[in-house]
Design a binder for this molecule. Structure first.
Ligand SMILES: Cc1ncc(COP(=O)(O)O)c(C=O)c1O
Length: 408
């Protein structure tokens, strides 16, 4: 029998099943309260608007075009709509700076492919979005911790990368309501990052998947906007902005986008020609149709629902978590990040939690490029009702309280 492992490329050794996806398979039992997912609430999808969009497409004069191959850059009216949105957040650009992807996950894969030779270094936050690690892993990089608190120097990064056998190529981060921590990088932090990127002469990958989901506090300008403000225009920037319609409209259509300087876009277009030719024509048209008609109302609707759930989760955590635990207070997004007392293990806690309390979450370790940190958990509030959140956090608090008492 063929030993497949023998003939897989070296990059395949780093492709492993995501802990989260494996876990989601176990969560179909109806009595589990799940804070594990981190996906949008389907009850909030603008399904009527999509029904109208597909109906209009098929009854209109361009029905056949919607079913046909199209250009790799993406559907032009959608890119034009994005240009107007980008201007509103301080990112003046032209339609040629906008490239449509099949979800922003595809952008991460292309970015890995475009920048990372084996052993090159990608700087990522500790913890970071697990899907970014999965996308970059295929290109056999080394990871180093992106730190903005001044404890690392540019020379330190350069030396570590050279020792690993490559060079630092980019810093990847989700600066607004990050997955998994819910935290936002403040303006001085963003400016420090730009200064570090200048010193290292690397790109910054700004993953803006959650940027529209702010519930309170003042918006912080996108890193790309700060970069444009100081450099004079998008063609002088080192930031690559990756956006998505998954969290605002619907993830099932798989439509995301990249905004960047032309040399980057030109390469991405070539990569797309090789990978999948273009993103779904009809889905791009439907997204444009819906976005042009209801985007602000839809964003207001989901902000209202998720912010009430965020409030319910923070209130329940304050009521039920035992002493020695701490958690983030996100101003948006879908996640709260819980830190347990040192020595506790999130994985073991999950096994116990599913058995005894029927509450699910994601242990934090999967989000660390070096697998460190056992005593953290990611809780998502996007898909649970306020009543379920109250009940689930009460149960989780009870379980953690018992585990803390046992360890004492
Ligand atoms: C931070 C972050 N980036 C990117 C993605 C990918 O989203 P999509 O491919 O649906 O745009 C996700 C999905 O959860 C995410 O959390």
């Amino acid at each position: 029998m063929l030993d497949w492992e023998n003939i897989f490329a070296t990059r395949a050794t780093r492709m492993r099943a995501s802990e989260i996806r494996e876990l989601l398979k176990l969560l179909d039992q109806p009595d589990i309260i799940s804070f594990a997912g981190g996906i949008p609430d389907p009850a909030l999808f603008p399904d009527e608007a999509f029904k109208q969009a597909y109906g209009d497409i098929f009854s209109g004069p361009r029905a056949n075009a919607a079913l046909q191959y199209s250009i790799s850059e993406g559907y032009k009216p959608l890119r034009e709509w994005l240009v107007t949105e980008m201007v509103k957040i301080g990112i003046p650009c032209s339609v040629d700076n906008v490239f449509i992807t099949s979800g922003s996950q595809q952008a991460l894969d292309y970015i890995g492919k475009l920048f990372l030779s084996p052993k090159d270094t990608a700087l990522v936050t500790w913890p970071t979005y697990l899907g970014a690690l999965q996308a970059f892993n295929a290109y056999e990089p080394t990871y180093d911790q992106l730190s903005l608190n001044g404890n690392r120097t540019p020379d330190g990064y350069r030396e570590a990368a050279a020792k690993a056998g490559g060079a630092v190529k980019f810093a990847y981060l989700s600066a607004d309501f990050a997955n998994p921590t819910g935290e936002t990088v403040d303006r001085p932090g963003r400016e420090k990052l730009l200064a570090l990127a200048d010193e290292l002469d690397i790109a910054i990958i700004e993953d803006a998947a959650y940027q529209n989901l702010r519930y309170d506090g003042e918006p912080v300008p996108p890193i790309m906007a700060l970069d444009i403000a100081r450099s004079g225009g998008i063609e002088n920037t080192r930031t690559i902005y990756s956006g998505s319609f998954s969290k605002t409209l619907a993830p099932g259509l798989r439509v995301g986008f990249v905004v960047a300087a032309m040399p980057v876009i030109r390469k991405l277009v070539l990569m797309k020609q090789a990978a999948d030719l273009h993103s779904s024509t009809i889905n791009q048209i439907a997204i444009a149709h819906v976005a042009e008609r209801i985007f602000p109302e839809q964003v207001a609707k989901i902000r209202k629902a998720y912010s009430a759930r965020r409030d319910a989760m923070l209130a329940a955590l304050a009521r039920y978590m035992p002493a020695g635990t701490s958690w983030t207070k996100p101003e948006g997004g879908m996640f709260v990040w819980v830190r347990l007392p040192e020595g506790m293990d999130g994985g073991e806690l999950l096994a116990r939690s599913i058995q005894t309390e029927k509450v699910a979450f994601v242990p934090g370790r999967a989000f660390y490029a070096d697998g460190s940190s056992n005593n953290t958990l990611r809780l998502s509030f996007s898909c649970a009702s306020e009543t379920m959140i109250e009940e689930g956090i009460q149960r989780l608090g009870r379980l953690i309280g018992t585990a803390v008492a046992e360890a004492a």
